[in-house]
Design a protein around this ligand. Sequence first.
Ligand SMILES: Cc1cc2nc3c(=O)[nH]c(=O)nc-3n(C[C@H](O)[C@H](O)[C@H](O)COP(=O)(O)O)c2cc1C
Length: 302
Amino acid sequence: MSISDISTSIGNIHLSNPLILASGILDENGHTMKRILSEGAAAVVTKSIGMEERNGYKPPIVATDDPIFINAVGLPNPGINDVGEEIKIARESGKPIIGSIFGKDENEFIHLAVKMQEYGVSAVELNLSCPHVKGFGSEIGGDPTLVKKIVKGVKGSISIPAWAKLSPNVTNLLDIAIAASDSDALVLINTVRGMKIDIYSGRPVLSNKVGGLSGSSIKPVGIRCVYEVKSNLDIPVIGVGGIESALDAVEYIMAGATAVQIGTALWKYGRAVFSKVSMELVEFMSSEGYEKIEEFRGIALK
Ligand SMILES: Cc1cc2nc3c(=O)[nH]c(=O)nc-3n(C[C@H](O)[C@H](O)[C@H](O)COP(=O)(O)O)c2cc1C
């Protein structure tokens, strides 16, 4: 019996398996990223990096009540000038490092993308969508004109691929996806806006009040977004939202995703989630008689 091949490619970026570490989870430090890559992730996306250092919001920044996971960390990051060394360390793994960036307009995005390219990342991921930073991503991801400008500006300024990460918190996702379709891939989805109230104090739990819901409770939203975009556009899509097992990843792939990202599941399974999901994927494929991922990619769209 032949062994299932779980490798995949997004444009010219080859991945030994379809699993990428999502932005914002254990991906600010070069050694940690390197460790996650050595333990089974095929690539990592860095924490979203902006023009300057940000401390993020005051605690509480997460509200959890399994399977509900809501965060409002406020994009804490070291700023673009201090992230080069971490990327250099992560690159020693030999695997693709994707530089996530956020800015307030196309000029900031262009500056950050050029810097990321200088640091040697394999692609940049444009975080157009962070739903809980006032004055930043929340407006950008919902404005098709600005999204188009940013993607076009970045694409014209770098020679590496640019992926656009979109938010599910918009009225018409397809309009935004079309506006971002000059990018090399779309990443779907960022967190879903949510809230938790402490019923004993009668107050919102998070210091920012509103946060982003992630983890298994958003998987059906992510699947719907990937399916909706892939039904209408011919562009590679990377699925993210609530993936904890290979069966979750297979759902995204059947909706048309080329690869997937995993974030919140690291809280539950630790770094071992990547080797766990890879092993389960090989098991699923051999039991279903699939030799390659392409054999079931997008089958739900037909
Ligand atoms: C604590 C936390 C921080 C995050 N920070 C970022 C970020 O900096 N940039 C970004 O694009 N997405 C960020 N995200 C969103 C994730 O990358 C991902 O899109 C989302 O959590 C859904 O995937 P998951 O259910 O596997 O976590 C963050 C998510 C969490 C839970």
